[in-house]
Design a protein around this ligand. Structure first.
Ligand SMILES: NC(=O)c1ccc[n+]([C@@H]2O[C@H](COP(=O)([O-])OP(=O)(O)OC[C@H]3O[C@@H](n4cnc5c(N)ncnc54)[C@H](O)[C@@H]3O)[C@@H](O)[C@H]2O)c1
Length: 310
């Protein structure tokens, strides 16, 4: 099996590569990245070929189409800094690249494509969010992912034989996200502060809710998407919305601290107040059943990794 992972030096991509190497030791794996937000430290144990390239360039995909062949493409590469306001850049890297990728993967390689979408496509739509329900991105990042989904849906309709699976990740956390700096998860940011003994800071009044999903569940979803005969778009979350206040209570518990929260005004005009995945479709068709509660995921992350890797 020949597998391409774009964004393999990033948080989710590097965890995926590690799992693929373990589960499919015979597979030939190629990673593509240009280190916009990834870092080599994430994949020092990678045994395959690394291709340094910019996915937003048509020539890059022409080169890939000509010189490689793949059975499966996992597409994780994207601008993941959701505060980028350069609309043209965001669309070139996140959306236009996907068109080039689909043309190479489907027309040249006949490969299955599994790509990362995002809960950002839902914006402040009512929770729990359903794949076929309300879609209203609040920023150009969310819009770029919605346009990727639209392109996937167009191809799925036009070509009934192609396999494309979109995974709409909610708020992913876990080992390997450190390279993202201030765009790593709130769990990472709060844990770092609290490990240093500093008070956690939240937007007033900490009751905004997120569907936090542990990286191990996200990687499992990717493998299910590859192994099962499925196509379409699926929510990948924990299926539960938890408040930031609850998160700090869990962190205090796991770290053995009792740090008080400092609240401050939210400076963002657009902000998702409540994200929560409706997992009905993912459970039924993809066979996805998240196993990690927030309590267990945070414990596993902090005790098993974060405390030893600061
Ligand atoms: N982490 C989350 O909570 C979350 C939530 C929803 C969706 N997603 C999506 O999941 C995917 C992976 O996200 P992540 O959290 O691992 O982020 P990440 O920033 O760690 O990974 C993205 C990777 O893409 C690479 N990249 C960016 N631009 C590139 C380009 N032009 N050419 C080649 N490589 C490029 C980066 O260097 C990085 O390694 C992204 O598509 C992201 O939008 C993530």
């Amino acid at each position: 099996m020949r597998i391409l992972v774009t964004g393999g030096a990033g948080f989710i991509g590097s965890n995926l590569v590690r799992e693929l190497q373990k589960t499919y030791p015979e597979a030939e794996i190629v990673v593509v990245d240009n280190f916009t937000s990834g870092c080599f430290e994430n994949i020092t144990d990678f045994k395959g070929e690394f291709v340094t390239g910019d996915i937003s360039k048509r020539e890059f995909w022409e080169y890939m189409a000509k010189n490689y062949r793949f059975d499966v493409v996992f597409h994780q590469a994207a601008i993941t800094d959701t505060t980028v306001t350069d609309q043209e850049l965001m669309m070139l890297v996140n959306t236009q690249s996907f068109k080039y990728l689909l043309d190479a993967a489907l027309k040249r390689w006949n490969a299955k494509v599994i790509y990362a979408s995002s809960a950002a496509v839902y914006g402040n739509c009512p929770a729990p969010m359903r794949e076929e329900g309300c879609l209203k991105p609040e920023n150009v990042y969310g819009f770029s992912k919605l346009m990727v989904d639209r392109l996937a849906q167009k191809y799925l309709k036009l070509f009934p034989d192609v396999s494309i699976v979109g995974l709409r990740y909610f708020n992913v956390y876990g080992p390997g996200e450190g390279c993202k700096g201030k765009f790593a998860s709130m769990i990472y940011q709060l844990a770092l502060k609290m490990i240093r003994g500093e008070k956690p800071r939240l937007f007033k009044w900490g009751e905004q809710k997120r569907d936090f999903v542990y990286i191990k569940d996200v990687i499992k979803a990717n493998l299910l998407a590859m192994e099962r005969d499925v196509r379409g778009i699926f929510n990948i979350g924990s299926g539960k919305a938890r408040s930031f206040n609850e998160l700090v209570a869990i962190l205090n518990e796991v770290l053995g601290t009792s740090l008080e929260i400092e609240y401050f005004d939210n400076p963002y005009k657009f902000y998702q107040n409540h994200t929560e995945a409706d997992l009905t479709k993912s459970r039924k068709i993809l066979g996805y059943n998240p196993e990690w509660s927030l309590e267990e995921g945070v414990r596993d992350y902090i005790k098993g990794y974060l405390k030893n890797n600061l």
